[in-house]
Write a protein that binds this ligand. Structure first.
Ligand SMILES: [Zn+2]
Length: 309
């Protein structure tokens, strides 16, 4: 085992419904104790050892992507109880009034339905009304595909939904369809987004207590490495500008949104003074640089330790 990060996304409690794959404060605490609290370095110690080349095989760190309010509300008290600091990788557009629909839709489907299957029923009904031919084709294609079959934590219904969203409809048609469903439920994106993300004040709180706030692009593109390098540069520079303005310090760490990057991306980040970066999986890369540390997803940790959620 090489030194790596523990990667956390969604958390749940009475206020934050959380939804699929989300974990409670109790499960988070249980997980940290299961991996071994003494193996978990503070964020600054991880950076120091990474830069000195002195990270040990067993070293771990805690990381949070996407600056979600549920992470702050639920995970921070646990971290403070254990006296730990973490990495927080932030995409800035949502701090500056831009609504990021994918996360909003996720929140919508976990809070507005008694269970996810009710949402899927409505989604596929709307699909067949607005895109009848595409829907028929999509079902035929999905039937013979192995789409996401390696992702053990998805049900067949989850896989079918993601196949339609990402492969059959694509972003434009998916947004149009979700807009119709949201209108039918009489909710709008702005109201939904108020409970999803942290604010600048949350970032300052974390920064002032020794946590490390790092880059995660500006708009969180689905496939950042497909964008021309000038666009990637704009994504990370706007992101860095936001964090520098809020925290009074230039960021030096990052994680790759959706694990998407190229050799050019790494050169760009190095040129911006980033010295520590994280992938979103445990894949070993041939020549691992300090911008490609591996991370284990909390879903895998829960399974490996046999923890029930
Ligand atoms: Zn992300």
């Amino acid at each position: 085992m090489n030194p790596h990060g523990l990667m956390f996304h969604h958390f749940k409690d009475d206020r934050h419904k959380g939804g699929q794959g989300s974990i409670s404060a109790e499960v988070f605490a249980h997980l940290l104790m299961s991996v071994g609290l003494d193996r978990i370095l503070s964020a600054s110690e991880w950076c120091n050892r990474a830069n000195e080349g002195t990270l040990k095989q067993e070293d771990l760190c805690i990381t949070f992507d996407d600056s979600l309010l549920c992470q702050f509300d639920i995970a921070v008290p646990v971290l403070e109880h254990f006296n730990k600091t973490a990495f927080w990788f932030v995409y800035s557009s949502v701090f500056q009034g831009v609504e990021e629909p994918f996360e909003i839709y996720r929140y919508f489907r976990t809070t507005q339905y008694a269970n996810l299957d009710d949402f899927y029923d409505e989604f596929f009904d709307a699909c067949s009304v607005f895109y009848p031919e595409l829907t028929n084709e999509g079902f035929a294609m999905f039937g013979s595909s192995q789409y996401l079959s390696a992702a053990h934590y998805y049900s067949d219904a989850d896989r079918r939904f993601r196949f339609f969203r990402d492969e059959v409809l694509g972003p434009t048609k998916y947004h149009a369809l979700m807009a119709k469903i949201l209108t039918k439920h009489q909710v709008n994106q702005k109201d939904l987004s108020a409970d999803i993300w942290m604010t600048d004040e949350h970032l300052k709180y974390l920064h002032n207590r020794g946590h490390e706030i790092g880059l995660h692009s500006y708009t969180h593109p689905t496939r950042l490495s497909n964008h021309p390098i000038v666009e990637q540069k704009a994504e990370y520079e706007r992101n860095a500008l936001h964090l520098t303005q809020v925290l009074g310090r230039v960021p030096r760490t990052m994680s790759h949104p959706n694990n998407s990057y190229s050799a050019d991306t790494l050169n760009l980040l190095t040129g911006m003074g980033i010295t520590v970066g994280f992938r979103a999986d445990m894949t070993l890369v041939n020549k691992r640089s300090n911008l490609e540390f591996a991370r284990e997803d909390h879903a895998n940790l829960i399974r490996n330790f046999g923890i029930s959620c």
